[in-house]
Write a protein that binds this ligand. Structure first.
Ligand code: FAD
Ligand code: NAD
Length: 468
């Protein structure tokens, strides 16, 4: 029987990063993945394929609607080849997952394909798809088994007409009318993909605004822009039934006045969140406790109730984000190696990759109000930037929230072109506990979208923005 210092169960961004860091620290490491490809949700059916389709559909929309503004004329019709778009996406995924195999080899990590399940707290059974079993022994185990799409109790996800993100990433036709249940990250990103490709899209959201956990100003701006793109929204609607009638899906919901409203479409994307995945892990055999939400329960060291077993990523509490899982992977590897790592969860940024993009870090205005923290807000509109006018991306803003007394930056919320990348400046500033004054005195290259960060900082320090 092979023996390891660390066995990692699950090869998503949490698991594979944890394995690499363990190997870097000199720990003999194994990683177990039930699927034939490495990389988990993120690389196979999440971050990477969705971004590939967002990029492709963005090019298509530009060719259809915006090239002309730039003086580019396309003789003949701009045509969509969905099959080719999907096969490009598949090859991006393939290259990326192969990259993880390469990294496992390079770091001398033993990879096992099969379902990992605990026999006891130091032995893991690996059952291959061919029905062969083998057992390995591990001093420490990291559970990184991720998550699966959640649904509502009355919905039958038939994977044909009533689908989750996994099916939405590989549709063979553009829906005529896609109904999207849930105006969160997945609903808006994939809704926008199919809107650009020609579908009508209606987003049905339970809360009174889309992306309800982000700053309200971001919800408002994204709603405004997506409405201009002709996406329809039904907020404050509680879905009560979803029925596939053959070629049509009928969704019934009650609006905030209690009136029943009916929506009809040919596809219905259910994007109401994700749930932790522990099926088949046999956590019981090791004595590992789950909480009532089905998450593996961990302490501040991400250690389960069993001393030598840790858990990271989507299967534990907190934001379901690839970079959060990665931070936790490094954290646990370093903890096992005897180091004292640290994660500041307040500084894990959140991004929605619609266009314009939406990005946030730190506290929202709503949270500051709730926590009764006195704050100052400085906001700068993207349309006032030369860079935005040059590219034609004038929607959005940068908003900086600071402590009223000390000027320390407490939250940064952005909507606009490339803010997914711009948010890194805000994370760096907050990591070093910068004040708005600090940011306002840093030179930002002209013309860039980043100038909006400096201008918002100037606005937060007493109305000193220069270009509004
Ligand atoms: P996962 O990536 O879910 O990996 C878990 C792995 O464990 C899987 O490969 C699974 O097969 C394997 N596994 C489970 N049980 C066992 C077992 N018993 N034995 C062996 N293997 C097992 N996040 C972002 O930060 N940015 C984005 O842009 C983004 N886009 C997304 C788009 C979509 C459509 C979706 C669905 C998600 C997106 N996410 C994004 C979220 C992101 O994918 C997850 O937060 C991330 O993948 C979590 O990583 P993880 O390592 O915890 O788990
Ligand atoms: P989400 O939590 O982002 O959004 C779910 C939405 O569904 C919420 O707005 C919620 O209010 C709504 N909802 C819940 N129940 C409802 C109901 N009965 N009727 C109508 N609306 C309802 O979840 P998601 O979009 O499914 O994404 C799942 C996870 O994947 C998220 O945690 C997200 O962080 C992650 N993800 C991240 C990215 C990214 O970082 N860009 C992209 C995709 C997914």
């Amino acid at each position: 029987m092979s023996t390891y210092d660390v066995a990692v169960i699950g090869s998503g961004p949490g698991g594979y990063v944890a394995a690499i860091r363990c190997a870097q620290l000199g720990l003999k490491t194994a990683i177990i993945e039930k699927y034939a490809t490495m990389g988990g949700t993120c690389l196979n059916v999440g971050c990477i394929p969705s971004k590939a389709l967002l990029d492709s559909s963005h090019h298509y929309e530009d060719a259809l609607k915006h090239f002309e503004d730039h003086g580019i004329e396309i003789p003949g019709e701009v045509k969509l080849n969905l099959e080719k778009m999907m096969s490009r996406k598949a090859s991006v995924v393939e290259q990326t997952t192969k990259g993880i195999e390469f990294l496992m080899d390079k770091n001398k990590i033993d990879t096992f394909q099969g379902m990992g399940s605990f026999k006891d707290k130091t032995h893991i059974n690996i059952a291959s798809a061919e029905g062969e079993d083998q057992t390995i022994e591990a001093k420490h185990t990291i559970i990184a088994t991720g998550s699966k799409p959640a649904s509502l109790p009355f919905i039958d996800i038939d994977k044909e007409r009533v689908i989750t993100s996994t099916e939405a990433l590989k549709l063979k036709e553009v829906p005529k009318h896609m109904l999207v249940i849930g105006g969160g990250v997945i609903g808006l990103e994939l809704g926008q993909v199919y809107k650009r490709l020609g579908a009508d899209v209606t987003v049905i959201e339970y809360m009174d605004r889309i992306i309800p956990t982000m700053d309200a100003a971001q919800s408002k701006e994204l709603t405004k822009v997506m409405k201009k793109q002709k996406v329809k929204f039904a907020v404050s609607h509680k879905v009560t039934s979803v029925e596939n009638t053959g070629d049509e899906v009928v969704v019934k919901a009650t609006d905030k006045k209690g009136k029943e409203v009916e929506f009809k479409g040919d596809y219905c994307l259910v994007s109401v969140g994700r749930k932790p995945f522990t099926n088949g892990l046999a956590a019981d055999n090791a004595g590992v406790k789950l909480n009532d939400r089905g998450q593996v329960e961990v302490n501040e060291h991400l250690q389960t109730n069993v001393e030598n077993i840790y858990a990271i990523g989507d299967v534990i509490k907190g934001a379901m984000l690839a970079h959060k899982a990665e931070e936790e992977g490094v954290f646990v590897a370093e903890t096992i190696a005897g180091q004292k790592p640290h994660i500041d969860y307040n500084l894990i940024p959140g991004v929605v990759y619609t266009w314009p993009e939406v990005a946030s870090v730190g506290k929202t205005e709503e949270q500051l109000k709730e926590d009764k923290i006195e704050y100052t807000s400085g906001q700068f509109p993207m349309r006032a930037l030369g860079r935005s006018r040059a590219s034609g991306d004038t929607d959005g803003f940068v908003k900086i929230l600071t402590n009223k007394e000390t000027d320390e930056v407490l939250g940064v919320h952005m909507v606009g072109a490339r803010v997914a990348d711009l948010i890194a400046e805000a994370v760096t500033a907050m990591e070093f506990r910068a004040s708005a004054e600090d940011i306002s005195r840093m030179s930002h290259a002209h013309p860039t979208y980043a100038e909006a960060v400096k201008e918002a900082a100037l606005a937060a320090t007493g109305n000193r923005a220069l270009h509004v």
